[in-house]
Each structure stands twice: as structure tokens, then as C-alpha cells.
Design a protein around this ligand. Structure first.
Ligand code: SF4
Length: 362
């Protein structure tokens, strides 16, 4: 549905401030044009302007995960993407302050890779059901039961869990990391469905854990079949979805992989089986694709708002710190992931992420 397009003069008069064109880069407004209604723009514009001012004053950079709302993702973020992209980007640049618009494990990863910088998480309650599904002692117990088997942890884990593991992975590079370790068996924690997705694509025997994402586990294969029958939509599923949902989809991959696949195929309509804001953000990039909106909200991601982003930049709080006794081990696991996936010998787990020729589904 088309949304009203506010003129800059209209916006400025309504907010009682100087013309927005002078304060906010026109490109920001242009990015948001397809994502926000006029009342939303009027509500968010003063906050966006405050955040832009504070970013400059604090020498700050804002990182936003694909599951953040459009006014954050397209409105104030400097770097956007999935967990892998944010992890890599966090290690570069020279900002004094990093604001992570995502959840705690993402902010911890940013801190691991930027120990000398201030890392802010606008709401400290932004957690993750997957990260909470496994504790350091669980990894130690798995090692005891499977001696000599390397342990790979999904990036959706606490720094304390990462410190117990040999390497980290994301949904985009999980197969590559597992295979690059050169072991016949690998323990992959904590997401059971990601582990089964990886196991279906490799000869490496995967030992899994029983963690689930509370957002993706709610999708059902029967719903996918019904939507496809009714709409003919192209269905893309995240590997955190149950296995039967993955099998019912046309494509399975990370959020970055989904975007690449959509760019390559340009279907008339698409159904993204992942967090709701993903479709909102991708729709801004591809307005010609009709996105169906059955989706699930992540309550943790939705704790981040323009208001608490502005507040944390003002106060330089709350800061994310990683205890020194776990930081070195956790950093080693994250850097090992980057080393393993930088090698030209390893193949991507996510065919669409590197080009349009990947097979549909898994
Ligand atoms: S969508 Fe799932 S995996 Fe991602 S942060 Fe939310 S609970 Fe965690």
C-alpha cells in the first residue's frame, strides 16, 4: 500500500522547527519514504535529528541488525546487516563509540573486537532465547561426553559460552566453519534447527544441542503450504526455522542470503519466514516486490527504539563490558571464524549470499 509522502516544508511546519531539509540529509528522508507513513515521519524526525547531532558530537557509529525497525535501520544506522556483517564491521573504523542496535550477544561481540572503544546497548534487557539456551558448563559437559570433538558455537551465544568453544559461526557461514575444522565430527551449539540444516549439507557428523529461537520456531510447514497455494509467493526461510519449514521453503539461508536471493530472482511476491522487520527493511530496497506479512516479532530486538538510542548517546550508558577472564577466549573463537571463512578453500553455506546460482531450498 502506498504511503503519503510528506513534503519537507509540511514536515517542518508541523514540527515547528527549521526546515527538515537543512537538518537531515535528504538521503535519509528518501530512504524512509517507502517505509514510514506521514504521522510516523512526523514523530521520528526530531529524534533522528537529535541522534545525528549526538553521533557527530560523540564520534559514534550506529550498527543495526536486519531485524531493527525501518526508522532505525534506514533512518539512523551507519552500518546494517546480519550478525556476520556487523561482527566484521565492528572490527573496522575509528569511531570512539559503537551503538549496537541489536541484542546483547551482538554488543558483546562488538566489544570483543573493539576492547578499547565504548560499546553501548540501548536496552540491556535485549537478550536472545538462543543465547540463553546454553551455558558454559553445558559446553564443558559436551566436551566431556565427546572428547576431542571440536565445538562450534553460533554467534547467538554469550561471550562466556564463546570462550568455551573452538570457533564461532553465523547462519551464513556455519557449513564453511564446520568443514574448515577438518574433523569428522563437530559439536554445533545451541540451535538444533541450524545444526540440522548444516548436517544436511555436509558429510561432517554434527552433534547438536536443543536450543531454539522463540521467533523462528513458531513457523509451521502447513502455513507455508497454504500461503504458497493462495498467493504463489516465493518462500524464503531462515535456518533457525524448524526443519519441516525449511523443507517447505523455496530457499533457506541467512538474512544476507535472503536479500541476495531476492535481488537475483525479483519474484512478484515473497514470504520471508523470519522476524517481521526484515520484510519492512527489504521492501524499501525492492519496492516492486510484494511482501506478504505473516511474520513473528522478536521481543528482544524490539526493545531498541529511537528514544533509547538517543538517550544512550546522551549519557554514554548503558555500556557493555566483557569480563577479562572470558574476553580472550571469546575473542579467539570469533577471530577463528573470520580466519576460517576468509580462506578461499572453504565454501559458503549460503549460495545466494555470493551469487544468484545457488540451489533452491535445501
Ligand atoms: S530473532 Fe531469535 S535468535 Fe534473533 S535475537 Fe530474537 S530470539 Fe534471538
Amino acid at each position: 500500500m502506498a504511503v503519503p509522502t510528506p513534503s519537507f516544508s509540511h514536515v517542518s511546519a508541523a514540527s515547528g522547527r527549521a526546515p527538515a531539509r537543512r537538518d537531515i540529509a535528504e538521503s535519509t528522508y528518501e530512504r524512509l519514504r517507502g517505509a514510514l507513513s506521514e504521522p510516523e515521519w512526523l514523530l521520528f524526525e526530531p529524534l533522528i535529528r537529535d541522534i545525528e547531532r549526538l553521533k557527530a558530537e560523540r564520534r559514534a557509529i550506529i550498527l543495526a541488525h536486519n531485524y531493527q525497525t525501518p526508522e532505525i535501520f534506514h533512518g539512523v544506522a551507519d552500518l546494517r546487516g546480519d550478525s556476520l556483517a556487523l561482527a566484521r564491521e565492528a572490527a573496522e573504523g575509528d569511531a570512539d563509540v559503537i551503538v549496537m542496535c541489536g541484542v546483547r550477544f551482538m554488543a558483546e561481540t562488538a566489544k570483543l573486537l573493539n576492547p578499547g572503544r565504548t560499546v553501548l546497548l540501548p536496552d540491556t534487557q535485549a537478550g536472545c532465547s538462543l543465547a540463553e539456551a546454553i551455558q558454559p558448563q553445558d559446553v564443558r559437559e559436551l566436551r566431556r561426553r565427546h572428547p576431542g570433538v571440536p565445538v562450534v558455537c553460533y554467534v547467538n551465544t554469550s561471550a562466556a559460552v564463546k570462550a568455551e568453544c573452538d570457533a564461532c559461526c553465523t547462519s551464513a557461514n556455519a557449513v564453511a566453519v564446520v568443514e574448515a575444522l577438518g574433523s569428522e565430527r563437530v559439536i554445533l551449539v545451541p540451535d538444533e534447527y541450524l545444526a540440522r540444516y548444516v548436517a544436511a549439507q555436509t558429510r561432517v557428523e554434527i552433534i547438536s544441542w536443543h536450543g531454539h529461537c522463540e521467533v523462528h520456531e513458531r513457523f509451521r510447514a502447513a502455513d507455508v503450504a497454504e500461503f504458497r497455494t493462495l498467493t504463489g509467493a516465493y518462500v524464503l526461510a531462515h535456518p533457525e526455522c524448524p526443519r519441516e519449514v525449511q523443507q517447505a521453503a523455496d530457499y533457506v539461508g541467512s538474512t544476507a542470503g535472503m536479500i541476495s536471493r531476492l535481488a537475483a530472482r525479483r519474484p512478484a511476491s515473497a514470504l520471508l519466514l523470519t522476524e517481521c522487520s526484515m520484510a519492512d527493511n527489504v521492501a524499501v530496497l525492492y519496492p516492486e516486490i510484494h511482501f506478504l506479512r505473516p511474520c513473528n516479532l522478536c521481543p528482544h530486538m524490539k526493545r531498541i527504539t529511537l528514544t533509547n538510542i538517543r538517550d544512550c548517546l546522551e549519557r554514554l550508558e548503558p555500556r557493555v563490558e566483557v569480563a577479562e577472564e572470558v574476553a580472550a577466549g571469546a575473542r579467539r573463537a570469533v577471530l577463528r571464524m573470520m580466519e576460517l571463512t576468509a580462506s578461499p578453500r572453504v565454501r559458503s553455506a549460503d549460495p545466494a549470499a555470493s551469487g544468484p546460482a545457488g540451489p533452491p531450498g535445501v
